[in-house]
Design a protein around this ligand. Structure first.
Ligand SMILES: Nc1ncnc2c1ncn2[C@@H]1O[C@H](COP(=O)(O)OP(=O)(O)OP(=O)(O)O)[C@@H](O)[C@H]1O
Ligand SMILES: [Mg+2]
Length: 274
């Protein structure tokens, strides 16, 4: 678990901090969610790391997953993206089962974007090369269109002058913003973010979280694992608290953070002095 760095989101300023996206939230558990995680179980050998997990995510919803180290957050995101197999249950995207043998993972990964803690940019390609490669090679987008969109997105995340820079010439926060742009270039329907600021110096955390808040305001559907509690409360429509492979409680961010219903969640928040 990365060291907790408290970021005062309220100081960030600017319109990205509005909570507009929360007003347009569709009620959790609505009839036809975009993503259904349906009673899934994941074992590593004898160890059950996800035990009967069910979560439905609607279009435009931002769900934050919290819980102690080792409770299964990363594994859950990896299962959704097909990086891990599951032993029971199913994962459904748009009424299509995306878990199991018949899944075409190359298709799924275009619809489900993922950004990890460690920015895995190609070191020998510049920023433009990194972010346009997917759309050009996998989706058949023309080079001109890909460059146009990449330029606009890089501008949006505050990196217009880094288009031709190589990863080694970027700060951690800049690399992570490039990684987000790379995921967005595929026009995913869902974005999975796993502790994307955990490896960053404190002064870089904010610039990355700002981008995520802006995406939330724009209606991006996201599943986020983070140890930034203030950000979690701000960005989410729903909090899912896990422990030892189980969901212990779920709730609205305001309820969860001000009045969690389980002692385990209270204890967890106390660890963060939140
Ligand atoms: N490839 C693997 N083989 C065996 N066990 C694994 C593997 N990956 C994860 N685990 C185990 O699965 C459990 C859940 O791990 P996971 O990485 O999902 O936790 P996490 O909630 O993301 O923790 P953290 O907050 O530290 O990132 C842990 O007990 C871990 O040791
Ligand atoms: Mg993890």
């Amino acid at each position: 678990m990365g060291e907790f760095i408290k970021t005062n989101i309220n100081e960030i300023g600017g319109e990205v901090l509005t909570e507009e996206h929360k007003e347009t939230t569709i009620i959790p558990g609505m009839a036809n969610p975009l993503l259904k995680i349906d009673h899934i179980r994941k074992n590593f050998g004898d160890l059950t790391v996800l035990d009967d997990i069910t979560v439905n995510v609607n279009v435009g919803e931002v769900v934050v997953f919290l819980g102690p180290s080792g409770c299964g957050k990363t594994t859950l995101l990896r299962c959704i993206n097909g990086l891990e197999t599951i032993q029971a249950g199913q994962i459904v995207l748009h009424d299509e089962v995306i878990s199991g043998d018949k899944t075409k993972w190359s298709d799924v990964r275009q619809k489900v974007g993922m950004v990890f803690q460690s920015y895995d940019l190609f070191p020998h390609k510049n920023v433009l090369g990194n972010v346009t490669m997917g759309p050009i090679k996998v989706q058949g987008v023309s080079k001109a269109d890909a460059i146009k969109e990449a330029t606009a997105l890089l501008e949006r995340v505050g990196l217009p002058d880094k288009i031709y820079a190589y990863p080694r010439q970027l700060s951690g926060g800049q690399k992570q913003r490039v990684a987000i742009v790379r995921a967005l270039m595929m026009h995913p329907e869902v974005l999975l973010l796993d502790e994307i600021t955990a490896a960053l110096d404190p002064e870089m955390v904010r610039e990355v979280l700002d981008v995520v808040l802006e995406l939330a305001n724009d209606g991006m559907t996201m599943l986020i694992v983070t140890h930034e509690m203030e950000f979690a409360q701000k960005v989410s429509n729903r909090v899912v608290f896990m422990d030892k492979g189980n969901i212990i409680e779920t709730g609205s961010p305001d309820d969860f953070f001000t009045n969690p219903s389980t002692p385990r969640a209270r204890q967890f928040l106390d660890m963060f002095h939140y």
